[in-house]
Ligand binder design. Sequence first.
Ligand code: ADP
Length: 503
Amino acid sequence: MARHDISAATTARLAEPVPFWINGEAVRSARTVPLHNPANGQVFATVHAGTASDVDRAVGAARAAFVNPAWAEMNAAVRARILWRLADLVEAHATELAELETLCMGKPILAAMQMEVPFFAETFRYFAGWCTKIAGTSAALSFPVGDLHGMTLQEPVGVVGMILPWNGPLVIAGWKIAPALATGCTCVIKPAEATPLSLLRFAELAKQAGVPDGVINIVTGSGAEVGSAIARHADIDKLAFTGSTGTGRGLVHDAADTNLKKLTLELGGKSPVLVFEDADLDAAVDGAIDAIFGNSGQVCVAGSRLYLHASIREAFVAKLVSKAEALRVGDPLDHQTQLGPIASQSHREAIHRRVEAGVAAGAVLLCGGRTSQGAGSYYPPTILDVADQSSALVQDEIFGPVLCIATFDTEQQAVALANGTRYGLAASVWTSQVDRAFRVSRSLHCGIVWVNAHNIPDLGTPIGGYGQSGWGRELGQLGLLEYLQSKSVMFKISPAPVPAGSV
Ligand code: ADP
């Protein structure tokens, strides 16, 4: 059975405490923090931890880089080439970056190498294409006040704070950093406590690609200290956040209490998967499995609620449970592994507590639901029959491999169940009828709907939340616009001077 061996480059990198990154330089602090490998609970590296004063220094560097002509006036085509070069460098270092993801958060190494890192690299190529297409408008005037010419300029929003989650440390960072670079913004980034290493390696690659010093700054540390210092900093113009709805709510207060920085928030989800009786059932079973068990369910758009037409329930659930039980849970460095460990022991315990509470409240366990012995924080694919739609299992994000199932009889019921949470991030509709696919997609209250698929991301297709799943969009042109602000310029045009002697 093939097992990945950690490369010499990664082993060498982790031999010393890993520094963070300000103004193009490695920064070492007085305090280091251990990082635990969720596959075995052991400390595999330490990282220097920043403080609020490091954030202040990083913001100073980002502000200076923002107005530095080397970045601010860089030709758009040159900027595009830097982003493209950065994508090439990420690919050239894919193994190292993937290993750091796997060690920090337990993502299976093949998923890290074949999906996370290539998708991250491609994000820079996608946004490289936008650099030379950023354009304002020039409109005909709408009010008869004289001879004027009006136009708009699209300008970078400024210094952007980025507070990141641990579930896709590179991918989610790329959704923010790539449009920031394409538009000429500068960044002060806080990775999640447990997963800073891949991004710190990326910062070195960005320097190598030609990103000027100060454009990308990364300060490691806790949410309470470093995250809060970013959220409350008066010289940060915008904050891009991905994380829990509770933390996001706090950031709104932070922005309101300080400088009203602009916010994009990608928050929690409880995304429904609707399977109608006319669907290709085998494809839908596989889709439902991927939707909830990919990345061990630690995905914001995970399909954590499955609604089945009553007529297909029995056959569907039998196939679903047997496939879920056959999934290989284990060592993330093993090429056969489909579900690695949960990212931390404490998160695994939180998942299990929710499952136990749900069962105590009447949910019926169809598979999984037990914690394993041993040091790694593994959790099995877990499926529950949950009749009560108001239960916490159905209403609250669990962010783990836990799927709730219920049935419906009519399309209207299916839509009402799907829309019945405070979230609105994503959904999928499984049907062979075009009319139904269209009707249901239109009725769903969420930022993205997949038809006969789930969680197939695309760089040109925006993603973001309705309801309490967030504000703003990432990816696509809408994701780019979040890093731009529009300035209108009005020219009053005087009449041409009348040449002397003319009548
Ligand atoms: P999770 O519970 O999944 O870790 P969080 O929303 O707590 O989600 O964390 C997402 C990111 O937000 C992490 O980088 C974390 O350190 C940061 N964070 C947590 N609390 C705060 C806070 N009060 N202010 C700013 N950032 C925070």
